[in-house]
Design a protein around this ligand. Structure first.
Ligand code: CTP
Length: 410
């Protein structure tokens, strides 16, 4: 192990002295914005609350005014400043909206400015952090998914909601993220995280192809999207990234690409790189078996139904677990369809990895070829982190957060 990164998490003190517009919209989680405001003030930020009309149905403007640097603003028109939205938009170092309702997210994604908050959002060049909170059905709705993906593509930080108790007693994904997480992401948006700088991260992506004859192969449904999202996120956090991929998707900027096709080629490439890499993340869907022989010529229908015998392929992840060096972090993935956690725990143990990212591919909106995913991250010590349905880029950062927390542990 050489040069582990010095910094394992973002420094929240970058918020000291920053002008932060705190947007609050009309959801039950609005009461939590009071705690967020207090935390931002405690860190030395200059905070200006902006409430939507519906937010005032949940909490009083007086509460926010009493705690903030300036009175809470409610309207485009009631202020002595006739162009309040441009003043707020220009003076903000950061805008954070917590909670953000489906309406606010939809308006912002479409550039529709209906009130002071949505107008300020389209009048700013400052980094923006959006913290959705809503019922699970709403969070899973394709319209919301697309709006969130649009915002993320534009560089907005979306802090995915947690899974937990929701209004009305339901349990599911949609609860406002923990205030500590929001503060962390605000600091990260102000000063982009470089917590993987000095690290070499190897990511595998896509489904392997096992040749039958010169024109046919056996493969699986993996699109490679999750692996690519991890490569991109690791690069943005300062890592040197090598992507070992079976797909011809366009690689993220600044990422070194090694193209492979079969499980055996992937094994050779990844185990070679792992000799010096700090982190290896096996997001690829690797075939467990390959045909014993690749027919030299195309199999012809006229030759009758072919009988294909199989032999096992090398298990790259298990080999990485065996060769594990102190301080190195090895991450496996598991796509499961039943008894998810039981199978995952067994895989974690048997393959000797540090973290296993497991997803139930039968859940709508997750797994192969989807732009979103919902995963559980298990650690070898038995820690379990559930990441609710979110864009694959958000899942990528959650996986990297778990990696960063472990670098140098073993
Ligand atoms: N993996 C690997 N080499 C293989 C098979 C899998 O490196 N030959 C890796 C995958 O990249 C993934 C993890 O092992 O990170 C789990 O893959 P999965 O297919 O879920 O597990 P298997 O060990 O193949 O078990 P099973 O198919 O029986 O569930």
């Amino acid at each position: 192990m050489t040069n582990p990164p010095e910094e394992s998490s973002v420094d929240v003190h970058v918020l000291s002295g920053a002008t932060v517009v705190l947007g609050v919209t009309g959801g039950i989680a609005a009461y939590k914005s009071v705690e967020l405001l207090r935390r931002l003030m405690d860190l030395g930020a200059y905070v200006i609350p902006v409430m939507t009309e519906n937010a005032t149905r949940f909490i009083g403007a007086t509460t926010l005014t009493a705690l903030a640097s300036e009175p809470a603003r409610l309207s485009l028109f009631d202020d002595h400043d006739p162009i309040l939205h441009t003043r707020l938009g220009r003076s903000a170092d950061l805008i954070v909206v917590a909670p953000a309702t489906a309406r606010l997210i939809g308006e912002y994604a479409c550039g529709i400015a209906t009130d002071l908050l949505s107008t300020t959002l389209v009048a700013t060049e400052a980094p923006v952090v959006i913290c959705p909170a809503m019922h699970s059905e709403m969070w899973a709705h394709p319209a919301i998914r697309e709006n969130v993906a649009t915002l993320e593509r534009r560089g907005v930080t979306v802090v995915a909601p947690e899974t937990g108790r929701l209004a009305g007693g339901d349990i599911g994904a949609g609860r406002l993220a923990d205030i500590d997480v929001i503060v962390d992401r605000c600091a990260g948006a102000l000063a982009p995280r470089r917590d993987l700088s000095g690290c070499h991260v190897v990511v595998s992506a896509g489904g392997t192809r096992e040749a039958i004859d010169p024109v046919r192969f056996l493969s699986n449904r993996s699109s490679g999207k999750q692996g690519y999202a991890i490569a991109e996120a690791a690069r943005s956090r300062g890592a040197r990234v090598t992507l070992v991929t079976t797909t011809d998707r366009v690689a993220p900027a600044g990422v070194e690409v090694i193209s492979v096709e079969s499980a055996e080629e992937l094994y050779g490439a990844v185990t070679g790189l792992a000799e010096s890499a700090h982190v290896v993340i096996m997001a690829a869907a690797v075939a467990d078996f390959r045909p014993v022989r690749v027919a030299e010529h195309k199999l012809k229908k006229s030759d009758g139904i072919p009988e294909i015998s199989f032999v096992p392929t090398p298990d790259t992840l298990a080999e990485l677990g065996r060769r594990h060096r102190p301080g190195q972090v090895i991450v496996g993935f598991a796509a499961e369809t039943d008894d998810i956690i039981v199978h995952a725990k067994q895989k974690l143990r048997e393959k000797g990895v540090d973290l296993l990212v497991v997803n139930d591919v039968t859940v709508e909106g997750t797994g192969f070829n989807a732009d979103t995913n919902a995963v559980t991250i298990l650690s070898r010590e038995g820690k379990r982190t559930d990441v609710a349905l979110a864009p694959k880029s958000t899942i990528a950062h959650a996986v990297l957060d778990a990696v960063v927390a472990r670098i140098g542990v073993r």
